[in-house]
Design a protein around this ligand. Structure first.
Ligand code: UDP
Length: 248
């Protein structure tokens, strides 16, 4: 038996990171807490921790089988994920297939506009600055990721988008956009980290045409659309069914 006492390494808005007996492995606990608009709006989505941890585990495991290196190791409990310890790169990488959210606010594009090609965007991970959009030149200026890493992250983001679109299409869900984060391991190798869940994706139900009723993601919480828990559960059910079908 290990006598390791887990130490809380970091607590974020939706997750807590704990140490394990192995310094190269961390335990992520997924909380039910929900925040939006840079934590100006706070609440709880009952069961979210388990649902998001389960969806993220399925997707990360599946992406790994498709050649995307990820931090995922195991899901020992519904709301706990064992991950490889990485240094998180301080950028949020957003991929968009359909215009929504900040893209519409900042460009005037109408929500729902299908983009001719997936759009990859980088945002600075800095709550005090409100996670601003970065240009390639600003990325180079800040020197937080090298130009080679920007290219590698872009390539991964596009590949992950293509795979996730394939997966969600099979679930009768449109992948509108999503945010991912990457980290580097002790050898400097880039791994897909953090989570992929209804908190970090925009997901629209293909079986519904109404613009509000079809929303299956955190926009239900952001915009007070109601039935948030049901929507998250429905994503989990479809993702688990699709994972089962893929393994059959
Ligand atoms: N997103 C996220 N965390 C953030 C910001 C955005 O997970 O801190 C996700 C968001 O859920 C959406 C995508 O990234 O799926 C694009 O978000 P957008 O830039 O449109 O910002 P928002 O409208 O959420 O402010």
């Amino acid at each position: 038996m290990s006598d390791h006492q887990p130490q809380k390494m970091y607590e974020g808005k939706a997750k807590i990171l704990y140490s394990t007996a192995d310094p190269e492995v961390l335990l992520t606990y997924f909380k039910d807490d929900a925040t939006a608009f840079n934590a100006q709006k706070k609440g709880t989505i009952s069961g979210k921790g388990e649902v998001n941890c389960t969806i993220a585990s399925v997707l990360l495991k599946w992406l790994e089988t498709k050649g995307i290196p990820t931090h995922f190791i195991d899901q020992p409990k519904p709301d706990e994920m064992l991950v490889k310890a990485v240094t998180i790169l301080p950028v949020e990488v957003v991929v968009r297939n359909i215009a929504a959210g900040s893209l519409c606010k900042q460009t005037g594009l109408e929500q729902g506009t299908v983009l001719p090609n997936p759009l990859v965007e980088f945002f600075l991970k800095d709550d005090d600055l409100g996670d601003p959009l970065l240009t390639r030149d600003r990325l180079a200026l800040l020197n937080i990721v090298t130009p080679e890493q920007v290219q590698e992250l872009t390539n991964y983001a596009l590949k992950i988008n293509a795979l996730m679109q394939e997966f969600f299409t099979s679930c009768d869900i449109t992948l509108v956009d999503f945010k991912i984060e990457f980290g580097t391991d002790k050898n400097g190798v880039i791994l897909l980290a953090d989570e992929i869940s209804p908190d970090t994706c925009r997901l629209w139900d293909n079986t519904i045409t109404d613009a509000n009723a079809r929303v299956m993601d955190k926009d239900r919480f952001r915009k007070d659309l109601g039935n948030v828990e049901d929507a998250y559960q429905a994503v989990q059910t479809r993702v688990l069914d699709q994972a089962k079908a893929l393994m059959a």
